[in-house]
Design a protein around this ligand. Structure first.
Ligand SMILES: C[S@@+](CC[C@H](N)C(=O)[O-])C[C@H]1O[C@@H](n2cnc3c(N)ncnc32)[C@H](O)[C@@H]1O
Length: 441
């Protein structure tokens, strides 16, 4: 095994020689050094407690290590930061040509402030070209372990037999994905009579705003109807279970135009409201006499506030602004990333000739897969039972099945059911294809 000389900048002398284990004690360095560990012996300057500088390689072959060190943003003494490769890297980072390429060309139009570079931050700084999305994020296409596959098969079979005995044969059933074409307010009370328990419910009901899939109701009726299914969901939820409810706005005649639905229904069931999450997105209705709404809410409920599933480590956000910031020599942020907070930014599923998402279906209110993926990861474990009583295009189902959970969907419209089944089957084929390709390479 190669060793590395440790030179203390403060003491101005070599303080020791380190193998992998010793270096491990210097925690912060390990990540950087392990990348280039098989290099010839070198000298590294270390300020033992705070690790201020890492430099002075004795052989030219160490330039890779130095390069990694620069990349990691560790502060280097002046002569080392003049190292050729570091300079090259820095200059490409700030290349004016690259920035220019990223900028979107828009013809100048006196009437449009948006066309003026000085007014538009995105034009001034550069807008990334639209990147077409995949049918499903890669994270949902990963293979499962053999143990999980057999656990899913067993659990699926148990759940399906129970369902058949209480509510009859599902419209569709494949390991990890069950769909009923029915009215959820009729099906859920029958589930209550069984010993079937839901780990997690994720849903978005009709908002009573005149969409094609809604029957218009008077406001009181609508609120009462919401209370009915919220309580039904509560009764079929496991004691450690959670319920994530996505809702937008509606008009309350004579009182308000964009009244957030949570104001009307948030306490219509015995669930405990843990918090509200703001889901911010770019697209939406434009407006001239008020601000364009660009967010909806997720209400995060649990049954028992002292005992519920929450896998923070699985949903940490790696998009950290200052990943190398330290305090007393230790990195300030968690190596997996930051807590994603209660404001989430996920684009809506787009439409349009050149910018339509590949995941787009004909359902007008489709959840983008990354949003539901985060919820499934946070609020359930492998092989858990995930319910969406207003399943629509079954985005929640694809996220659940893709992450090794068992999905139970209920959707009233036969057309949406047919479309959701086809969508799920395309997803399953893609998952098998990706796994085959990964085996080849
Ligand atoms: C807001 S959409 C949900 C869209 C879904 N989140 C998705 O990703 O596609 C509401 C869905 O609930 C369905 N629906 C309305 N009333 C229902 C009921 N009583 N039982 C089951 N589904 C119902 C509608 O047909 C519609 O597809």
């Amino acid at each position: 095994m190669h060793c590395v000389w440790l030179y203390s900048h403060r003491l101005q002398r070599v303080v020791g020689q380190a193998g992998a284990h010793t270096l491990y004690a210097f925690g912060d360095l390990v990540h950087t050094l392990s990348v280039s560990w098989d290099i010839p012996p070198s000298v590294i300057v270390i300020e033992a407690t705070t690790i201020l500088a890492v430099c002075l390689m004795s052989s030219p072959a160490c330039s890779d290590l130095l390069y990694e060190v620069c990349e990691a943003g560790i502060c280097l003494p002046a002569q080392m930061s003049r190292h050729k490769r570091c300079q090259r890297k820095r200059s490409t980072k700030t290349s004016a040509k690259t920035r220019e390429r990223m900028k979107t060309e828009i013809a100048n139009d006196e009437m449009r402030r948006i066309a003026d570079r000085s007014q538009n931050r995105f034009l001034a700084e550069g807008v990334e070209a639209h990147r077409p999305t995949q049918l499903a994020p890669h994270s949902l296409l990963q293979p499962f372990s053999r143990e999980l596959v057999s656990q899913l098969e067993r659990t699926h079979q148990e759940i399906e037999s129970l369902l058949i005995s209480i509510i009859g044969k599902p419209t569709y059933s494949e390991v990890g994905f069950i769909l009923y074409c029915a009215d959820c307010t009729e099906l859920l009370p029958r589930l209550e009579q069984s010993r079937l328990q839901i780990d997690l419910s994720i849903t978005s009901p009709p908002y009573n705003i005149g969409k094609a899939y809604e029957k218009p109701l008077a406001l009181e009726e609508y609120v009462q109807w919401c209370g009915t299914w919220m309580q039904q969901i509560y009764r079929v939820t496991k004691s450690t279970g959670a319920f994530w409810l996505n809702v937008g706005y509606l008009e309350v005649e004579g009182q308000g135009l964009c009244v957030p639905i949570p104001y009307l229904i948030w306490n219509k069931s015995p669930f405990y409201l843990l918090q509200e999450v703001v889901w911010k997105y770019g697209a939406g209705v434009s407006s001239k006499r008020r601000l364009s709404p660009r967010n909806e809410k997720w209400l995060f409920y649990v049954k028992d506030p002292l005992d519920y599933t929450f896998n923070l480590e699985d949903i940490r956000d790696p998009n950290v602004k200052y990943p190398n910031q330290r305090k007393n020599g230790k990195y300030r942020c968690n190596p997996l990333g930051k807590n994603p907070s209660d404001v989430w930014e996920f684009p809506k599923v787009t439409t349009g000739e050149h910018r339509s998402s590949r995941e787009r279906t004909s359902h007008p209110a489709q959840f983008p897969l990354p949003v539901v993926e985060r919820i499934v990861s946070a609020s359930s474990h492998s092989a858990a039972l995930v319910l969406d009583p207003f399943a629509g295009s079954c985005s929640a189902g694809i996220a659940a099945a893709g992450l090794g959970r068992i999905f139970l969907g209920i959707e009233i419209s036969p057309d949406y059911c047919t479309m959701a089944i086809e969508r799920y089957e395309r997803f399953r084929t893609e998952k098998i294809d990706v796994q085959r390709q990964e085996k080849i390479f």
